[in-house]
Design a protein around this ligand. Structure first.
Ligand SMILES: C[S@@+](CC[C@H](N)C(=O)[O-])C[C@H]1O[C@@H](n2cnc3c(N)ncnc32)[C@H](O)[C@@H]1O
Length: 403
């Protein structure tokens, strides 16, 4: 049944979902009907492509306002369909701002390889090179920028092959003034990856940009230190602390820190800053704000069996949870347009965000579906047994195909 005329398309619904009942904003079950004009994959977008609802998880679920979206098909088409939905006010963050708050993309890296799972099934080919690769990503970045809320952030995950060329493209699409950081994900040693007459390559580059403004929640990690380690002192109130040089603190800041009891004077009279540590079960706990070199998250080869999906280029959940926590709030929408094994979708769910995942690969879809199903059922089981896992966080989703 046709509901309303869209921006260059018609909203329709298949089956008997709530959206078909008519008024009010349409749910994720809406279909965006395309004009049937043929199009070039990377070329100008001529028509609006259609999101065809295939199924709901759990089966028959009725989604009142929002349903997470898993979209199978080419992401250029899917992004165009989503942009049309956003323009009609159907994609909104927790604070009602239009668009998605966070985009993470981990596209092919121009490696020239084909990636297969352990059973030899093809996940995807990564054969685009040079201009072809840059054109492919640029076309998608332009649509991704449109979909991003005004204070949204985008993380583009690449490696040594293309990161520097894409930095220039990101400057063009998002504006050099909106570059926030280059994150080095140093995933640790991999014997097979080391290059014999070279330093071994063991980091990926993640470029972080914003649209116009951005939100940022600092990420803090805790380090456990045996109490017996040197360099830590007890103050007159029985609190453990360590000190660091004054650095570039101004006199005014020093005055403030003095009032807070955070100034330590050495025997020679020089000023150092006190950092207090918590004590827990015989250990001192040091809190450290995460910077732009992330060397505390091992890669997929070192993941636990419960996390491994077998998808060849799966990224660790910890990496995505960090990104999601830093640049979005609960209830915001996280978009991954190269979803692979669905790490960003699952991480978003666990962090109480909503999500949209897109991938064109059949193996990717199969992997994401079974990964979400496993967490859905483990969640239900945990809830029944009263365990405090992420029970209650898992929400249903709708599976679409983009034509
Ligand atoms: C590096 S993998 C993503 C891995 C993912 N981050 C994870 O943790 O599993 C890149 C993915 O991009 C998908 N892909 C490549 N071209 C695409 C396109 N045009 N549209 C949608 N997905 C695409 C591939 O199928 C592949 O799953």
């Amino acid at each position: 049944m046709a509901l309303e005329a869209g921006d260059g398309g018609t909203l329709e619904r298949e089956g008997t979902g709530a959206c078909g009942k008519g008024d009010g904003p349409c749910e994720a079950g809406a279909l965006l009907k395309e004009d049937a004009s043929p199009r070039d994959d990377e070329g100008a977008l001529s028509g609006v492509h259609r999101l065809r609802e295939l199924s709901r998880v759990p089966p028959g679920a009725r989604h009142s306002k929002w349903s997470n979206m898993l979209i199978h098909g080419d992401n250029l088409r899917a992004l165009e369909a989503l942009t049309a939905q956003m323009k009609r006010g159907r994609i909104k963050n927790a604070d009602n701002t239009d668009g998605v708050r966070l985009i993470y993309i981990d596209p092919p890296f121009a490696s020239g390889q084909s990636y297969r799972d352990a059973k030899g099934r093809l996940a995807y080919g990564d054969k685009r090179k040079g201009d072809d690769f840059i054109g492919f990503i640029s076309a998608r970045l332009t649509l991704l920028r449109e979909l991003l809320s005004e204070d949204g952030s985008i993380y583009l995950h690449l490696d040594w092959r293309m990161a520097h060329y894409l930095k220039v493209i990101m400057d063009e699409v998002f504006g050099a003034e909106n570059f926030l950081n280059e994150i080095i994900w140093s995933y640790g040693g991999r014997g097979a990856k080391s290059v014999a007459r070279q330093f071994s390559r063991n980091h990926d580059t993640i470029l972080l940009y914003r649209k116009k403004d951005h939100i940022f929640n600092p990420v803090v990690v805790e380090k456990k230190i045996p109490r017996s380690s040197g360099g830590y002192r007890l103050d007159e109130n029985g609190r453990w602390f360590k000190t660091a040089p004054r650095g570039d603190y101004t006199d005014k800041s020093i005055e403030r820190l003095e009032k807070e009891g955070r100034i330590y004077r050495t025997r020679t009279g020089s000023i150092r800053i006190k950092y207090f540590l918590r004590e827990e079960k015989g250990f001192l706990i040091e809190e450290k704000r995460v910077g732009d070199v992330w060397d505390d998250i091992p890669d997929a080869m070192h993941m636990g069996v419960e996390e491994k999906t077998g998808y060849p280029t799966q990224k660790p959940e910890a990496l995505l949870r960090r990104i999601i926590c830093a640049s979005s709030g609960p209830g915001d929408i996280v978009l991954d347009a190269f979803a692979g094994s669905g790490t960003a979708c699952l991480a978003a769910q666990k962090e109480r965000r909503r999500w949209i995942g897109i991938d064109s690969g059949a193996l990717s879809l199969e992997t994401i579906k079974s990964r979400l199903e496993r967490s859905f059922f483990s969640c239900a089981k945990a809830r029944r047994s009263g365990e405090d896992s992420f029970a209650g966080v898992i929400t249903p989703y709708t599976l679409f195909h983009v034509d």
